[in-house]
Design a protein around this ligand. Structure first.
Ligand SMILES: *[C@@H]1O[C@H](CO)[C@@H](O)[C@H](O)[C@H]1NC(C)=O
Ligand SMILES: *[C@@H]1O[C@H](CO)[C@@H](O)[C@H](O)[C@H]1NC(C)=O
Ligand SMILES: *[C@@H]1O[C@H](CO)[C@@H](O)[C@H](O)[C@H]1NC(C)=O
Ligand SMILES: *[C@@H]1O[C@H](CO)[C@@H](O)[C@H](O)[C@H]1NC(C)=O
Length: 333
C-alpha cells in the first residue's frame, strides 16, 4: 500500500501553489487592559507583541516592564529605556486616575473595563504606520488620528465629552504624536535587528491523523493535526488526489506553550469514501516539500472490530496493527 501510494505520487505533477506563503511582517502591538471593579479597586496589565512573539509583559503589581526576550531592549540605550519606563509609569497611574474621574463626572456605573491597543509597523521600504485605539466594555470608543483624538462610529453620547477633554490637553497630544510618529518606529527598527534570528526562525510542523466523534450514522470525521510550526502562516487541506476537498473545515490556529502553533483541520465524509483521502500540509519551513498523510482504506479482513476504528474518538494511529487506518509518507522530492 505504502509503495503504491508512493509510486502514485511520484508520477503526479507538483501541485501549483494555490496559496503562496504571504510576505512576513512584524506589527508591534501593545495591549493595555484596565479593570475597575468599584471606585477603589483597579488594576492595569499590559503586554506587547512583535509579530507572533511576545517580548514584554507588565503586571499591575510590578513597577517595571518585564523583558521576556534577550533582545527586548532593541537598540535603545539603558538610558532611553529608563526614560520610556518612567513615562509609562506616569501614564499608568494617571490613566487610572483619569478613568476614575471620568466615571465620576459622567456617572458611569462600575465595573469598567478599558482596553488600549497601540503600536506601529515598519514596512520593507522603511516607511511606517502607527495606531492607537481604545475600547470601553469591549467596544471601540476612540482612537488617535494624526494630531488628535476622534470618536469611533456609533459611540455613546458621553464619549464626545471625553474626546473634548482629551483634545484640550495639548501636551499629551504632542507626547502621543512623538511616541507614535518617532519613538515607536525607531524602537521597532531596532527590535527587527536584535530579534532577527528569532523572528526569522523556521520550525517544521509534525502532523498526524485521527478520527473525531462520528458526525452521523455511516459518516466519519477525519482529523488532521498539525503542530509545532513557526511562523504562523500555514496551509492545510484534505485532498482527493490533486483535488482539494471543498468541505475541509479549518479550526483556529492555537498557540503551543513553546511559541509554536497548532492547527486542526477536519473533513466530514461518508465512511466508504474516506479511503484515498490525504491531508496535505504546506509550510515555509518545509522548503517546498509538503507533508502528505494518507487515510488508507481499512482492511475488510481486520481482526479487531472495525467499528471501533470507524467511530468514536479513537486515534486510529494507536489502534492495533490490523486495524490501522493510517499510513503516512513524505512526498518524494
Ligand atoms: C471593591 O472591590 C474589592 C474587591 O472585590 C473589595 O474588596 C472592596 O471592599 C470594594 N470596595 C468598595 C468601596 O466597594
Ligand atoms: C495595582 O497597582 C496599583 C499601583 O501599584 C495599586 O495601588 C493597586 O492596589 C493594584 N491593584 C490590585 C488589584 O492589586
Ligand atoms: C529608516 O527611516 C528612519 C527614519 O526616517 C531613519 O532614521 C533610518 O536611518 C532609516 N533606515 C534605513 C535602513 O534606511
Ligand atoms: C504625526 O503624524 C501625523 C500623520 O500620521 C501627522 O499628521 C502629525 O503632524 C505628525 N506629528 C508630528 C509631531 O510629527
Amino acid at each position: 500500500m505504502r509503495c503504491l501510494l508512493f509510486l502514485l505520487l511520484w508520477g503526479l505533477p507538483q501541485i501549483r501553489r494555490t496559496s503562496e506563503v504571504p510576505q512576513r511582517n512584524f506589527p508591534f502591538r501593545c495591549l493595555q487592559i484596565s479593570s475597575f471593579l468599584n471606585r477603589s479597586w483597579a488594576r492595569t496589565d499590559a503586554l506587547a507583541w512583535l509579530g507572533e512573539l511576545q517580548p514584554y509583559v507588565w503586571k499591575n503589581d510590578s513597577d517595571t516592564i518585564r523583558f521576556l526576550k534577550p533582545w527586548s531592549q532593541g537598540t535603545f540605550s539603558d538610558q532611553q529605556c529608563e526614560e520610556l519606563q518612567h513615562l509609562f509609569r506616569v501614564y499608568r497611574s494617571s490613566v487610572t486616575r483619569d478613568i476614575q474621574e471620568f466615571a465620576k463626572m459622567l456617572h458611569i456605573a462600575y465595573p469598567l473595563e478599558v482596553q488600549v491597543s497601540a503600536g506601529c509597523e515598519v514596512h520593507p521600504g522603511n516607511t511606517s504606520e502607527s495606531f492607537l485605539y481604545a475600547a470601553f466594555q469591549g467596544r471601540d470608543i476612540l482612537s488617535f488620528q494624526g494630531t488628535s483624538w476622534v470618536p469611533a462610529p456609533d459611540t455613546p453620547q458621553w464619549v464626545a465629552r471625553v474626546i473634548e477633554v482629551l483634545n484640550d490637553d495639548q501636551g499629551t497630544r504632542e507626547m502621543v504624536q512623538s511616541l507614535l510618529n518617532d519613538t515607536c518606529p525607531q524602537f521597532v527598527r531596532g527590535l527587527l535587528e536584535t530579534g532577527k534570528s528569532e523572528l526569522d526562525r523556521q520550525v517544521k510542523p509534525e502532523a498526524w491523523l485521527s478520527s473525531g466523534p462520528a458526525p452521523g450514522p455511516g459518516r466519519l470525521l477525519l482529523v488532521c493535526h498539525v503542530s509545532g510550526f513557526y511562523p504562523k502562516p500555514v496551509w492545510v487541506m484534505w485532498m482527493r488526489g490533486e483535488q482539494e476537498e471543498p468541505s475541509t473545515q479549518q479550526g483556529d490556529i492555537l498557540p503551543n506553550a513553546d511559541e509554536t502553533w497548532y492547527l486542526r483541520v477536519t473533513l466530514d465524509v461518508v465512511a466508504g469514501e474516506a479511503a484515498g483521502l490525504t491531508c496535505r500540509v504546506r509550510h515555509s519551513s518545509l522548503g517546498g516539500q509538503d507533508i502528505i498523510l494518507y487515510w488508507a482504506p481499512i482492511k475488510t479482513s481486520c481482526d479487531c472490530p472495525c467499528h471501533t476504528c470507524l467511530s468514536g474518538t479513537h486515534d486510529l494511529k494507536f489502534q492495533g496493527r490490523q486495524c490501522s487506518g493510517i499510513e503516512s509518507e513524505r512526498e518524494a522530492p
